[in-house]
Design a binder for this molecule. Sequence first.
Ligand SMILES: [Zn+2]
Length: 264
Amino acid sequence: MDTPLPDLVAALNQFRPVIVAPYASMGRLLAAEQEAGRLQIHPVLVVLSAEGLAPGDYERIARVFGAKVRHGYAATECPFLSYSCEHLWLHVNSDWAVMEPVDADYRPTPPGEQSHTVLVSNLANRVQPILRYDLGDAVVQRPDPCPCGDPLPAIRVQGRAADVLTFPDEQGEPVAIAPLVFGALADRIPGLQRLQVVHTTPTTLRLRLQAAAGADPGRVWQAVHTGITRLLDDRHLGHITVERAEELPAQSPGGKYRTVIPLR
Ligand SMILES: [Zn+2]
């Protein structure tokens, strides 16, 4: 997942997968590679996870690959939460999970209206109960039966657009990096509790980091800086400035820590 895109494309071309299950933002990048002719794979099914894409993106990915596209919406706290139908509605597995769209004061949001956040209870996990866990995403529940015939509650997630960062290379051509790449990097750095990558100007990345208790913040910063610099160099983005923020990672209004905050 931290492989530069051209290497990933080459590996996929060699492997020729039947099913591809990328994070949604990576799925969109792969579709662009397939459109450009660099990627030449023919999966029968593309299963996208994590960030929501615009509805047009799902159709585009299906068309580009000539494949069925489905997606899931879930969380570590409830990995089987929901899966999409052919009408792009997410059906909640409500026999195993309770999903409650609520407003900012945690009052129920009626079907058809956009919620402020959503609470999830995992009924399958008895070892570590997860009750009314706040996922931080705005959702809309369909008020009428879904035309696919599935009677389970149908929702759409409005909250998160894919947080792909796009930088100009030395020639001014755009180079996109999926948010997952930064998350994967952060996972590998010892002593790093949380990293937030903020794209502040087209050629500046500001890194907010929080070291774990007992870790040396200077050492953690060195490791993060080395990792990010290598990641950028691998993509011919050595001219991007990486700066250390004095402030700690910040929560978004929904209460989530986003790993990546794109340029506005
Ligand atoms: Zn449906």
